[in-house]
Design a protein. Structure first.
Length: 446
């Protein structure tokens, strides 16, 4: 496998020489992986386990990977260097990581892959491990999309399928805070909801962020004694970034953000960026806020830029960027900068999953630019509002309602504390009794 690069020429010999039976293999690929997996990597290292950090190579530039790895002070032990379209990346991860795991197996090691959330890496890396008879540890397990019952809401506002008059955003929030007003079954976000379901089929230890995620998995038939509600490791990364605030230079780069009172927009989901109707609804809401002299920060990713080009908006957004109240920026390389800036935000309008969690940690109101959410607990909790990407006026009204909303800021913190330690505690507890991969005899106690 010439495509794979290693930290040293004698990589496998070095691993074979270690006395540890288990190799804890932390997989990273994208920015969210790095943020949420590195805290577990450091916790395993601190406890003296044999642990490897594997990078697929999906995010390979400085802004999306290199800068953050330097910031966190870690270096991958190997890189799969995958490239290409989605199906090519999936097949390359399975093939190349399968090779690495096979080599480690030949060294006499039991490999425990740690996979994260709903990523392509979680699906493909979990597959690669399972092909060798190794069960994964699924970090951020059980996330499923719930969608508000729009039919029930339409009964409250019968004049349209979805409408939020000025006086009814607070009613919409209360509607979302009632668990019975949500339905399961969405295939969005794509392909993330596919990924997380596939990953769990090969998982031996499920590390669920909240009770709701455990509820989903129990209803799907997963063994309750292997599901641990531990919180979300993004908490550890976020709090570490806040503690490092003195080293941030973000307000020197973007002085308009220092006073706060701004909204951060983030639009990168495939389903939003491929649909002209959805993308323009979000964009027009953002544009209206800019023209109202609200301070707006847009973090633009690859899919965002592709959508601007696809829908003929690039010249217009470049013209808007000449205004002092509109900051149009590529993604930042330093996680500390992201968190320090967001801690001052009035509201975050995003289609990201992780941002919904981070806003809960920071106590910043969140508006989710989707029809549903795979972090619906944060809306049920009162700190997050769903803004369906179909009507720019509705989106704008919801963002304005959430802007520095005191009630939303006071929503309880739901993603735990010391999460990485709790994750490794759970894995160690399983290993005291057996292996992460559990056959039928072990499962049934025969």
């Amino acid at each position: 496998m010439q495509e794979i690069t290693y930290r040293s020429q004698g990589f496998y010999d070095e691993i074979a020489g270690q006395k540890d039976k288990h190799v804890h293999l932390i997989m990273i690929a994208t920015k969210p992986d790095i943020i949420k997996q590195v805290p577990l990597y450091k916790e395993l290292k601190k406890r003296g386990h044999l642990v490897l950090l594997g990078h697929t190579g999906q995010h390979y530039d400085e802004n999306l990977s290199g800068g953050m790895l330097k910031e966190f002070g870690v270096e991958p032990d190997f890189n799969l260097n995958v490239r290409g379209s989605l199906h090519e990346v999936v097949s390359q991860i399975i093939g190349r990581l399968g090779y690495v795991i096979g080599q480690l197996k030949d060294c006499g090691k039991i490999v425990i892959p740690y996979i994260h959330g709903d990523t392509t890496t979680a699906m493909a890396a979990g597959n690669a491990g399972y092909c060798h008879g190794f069960g994964s540890v699924h970090v951020e397990a059980g996330i499923r999309t719930l969608t508000p019952d729009y039919g029930a809401w339409a009964g409250k506002v019968p004049s349209s399928k979805f409408q939020v008059p000025d006086s009814d955003v607070s009613a919409w929030r209360k509607f979302l805070m009632d668990r019975k007003n949500w339905k399961r079954g969405s295939q969005e976000p794509y392909p993330e909801q596919f990924n997380t379901r596939c990953a769990e089929a090969g998982t031996g230890v499920h590390l669920a962020p909240v009770d709701l995620d455990k509820e989903f998995m129990i209803s799907e038939g997963f063994a309750g004694d292997r599901i641990f509600v531990v919180g979300n490791s993004v908490v550890d990364a976020t709090l570490e970034a806040l503690a490092n605030e003195k080293n941030s230079t973000v307000f020197k780069k973007f002085s308009a953000l220092k006073k706060g009172d701004f909204v951060r927009f983030c639009i990168h989901r495939r389903e939003n960026c491929i649909s002209e109707k959805r993308f323009k609804a979000i964009y027009d809401a953002m544009k209206s806020l800019i023209l109202d002299d609200k301070t707006v920060l847009l973090i633009s990713l690859f899919q965002t830029e592709a959508a601007f080009e696809r829908f003929g908006l690039k010249d217009e957004v470049d013209e808007l960027a000449k205004r002092e109240n509109f900051i149009y920026s590529p993604v930042w390389s330093q996680y500390t900068d992201v968190i320090v800036a967001m801690n001052k935000a009035a509201v975050c309008a995003t289609d990201s999953g992780s941002m919904q969690e981070e806003m809960n940690v920071l106590g910043v109101p969140c508006v989710t630019l989707r029809f549903g959410s795979d972090r619906s607990e944060s809306a049920i909790n009162g700190g997050n509002l769903i803004a369906p990407p179909s009507n720019s006026k509705v989106i704008k009204k919801i963002v304005e309602y959430a802007w520095n909303n005191d009630e939303m800021r006071k929503a309880p913190k739901i993603y735990g504390e010391n999460v990485s330690a709790k994750c490794i505690d759970a894995v160690e507890a399983v290993l005291e009794k057996g292996e992460v991969f559990r056959d039928e005899e072990a499962r049934l106690g025969i």
